[in-house]
Every structure is written in C-alpha cells, then in structure tokens.
Design a protein around this ligand. Structure first.
Ligand SMILES: [Zn+2]
Length: 122
C-alpha cells in the first residue's frame, strides 16, 4: 500500500472518469483524502461524488442529502509525482539510515518516508 493521504493521484480507469455524476465536474486528478487498506480503496477529493442521505442529528438537525466522495478502487488511480508532475509508479528503497522511502520511478525523486528506521536491537 504505497499511496498515502494527501498524495496526488490521477484517475486512470473506472466509471467516475468516463461518466461523472450529473452536475459534478469531471475530475481527473485529486488529492487522496482517505486510504482504506481493508478494501483496497481510496477516497479522492472531488471524485465519485455521491449523495449521502443522513438522518437528522444534533450536528445536522435537518438531515437530508450531503454530497460526499465515495471510495474508488485503488487500481483505478495512479500516483502523480510531486517533482516531475507525471503519473508514475512508485518504488521503495531503504536508505543507509534504515528509513524506507518512496521514489518516483520516472525521475527518481524522493516521495516521502513510508517507514521509520528500525531501532537497532540492544
Ligand atoms: Zn517524478
């Protein structure tokens, strides 16, 4: 699971791209709002907007319909590199310090840590 919250992704497949919901803008790229590892899905800002019907509650005494992004399959999105701006695959490498980092396979730019260095056993 290499995609993280706040990553920029491009929608490369799926219905949300070819047939956006009525009234919703066609969104091709967006920011990852949530990653759901158990289902292999991600929620991308502005993508796959759905009406969510809510009962009246304390926070929302009227109830009604909210527009919310529904999760989409992770295989339908592709990472967008924050250095070269191209959609690319991510690689993982381990630095000498033991920290694991993601990198762009197109330009090799560092794309942030995924795991801290393991503490040496002592
Ligand atoms: Zn890149």
């Amino acid at each position: 699971m290499l995609i993280k919250v706040n990553d920029r992704v491009e929608i490369i497949a799926g219905e949300y791209r070819s047939r956006p919901a009525k009234g919703a803008d066609k969104v091709v790229q967006g920011k990852v709002l949530k990653v759901i590892p158990s289902t292999g899905k991600v929620v991308v800002e502005g993508v796959n907007k759905m009406y969510k019907h809510v009962k009246p509650s304390q926070r929302n005494p009227q109830g009604g319909r909210l527009i919310r992004e529904a999760p989409i399959q992770m295989s339908n999105v592709m990472y967008v590199c924050n250095a070269c701006g191209q959609r690319s695959r991510l690689g993982v490498k381990q630095l000498d310090s033991g920290v694991k980092v993601r990198f762009c396979k197109k330009c090799n730019a560092d794309q942030g840590e995924i795991a801290p260095a393991r503490k040496p056993a002592s």
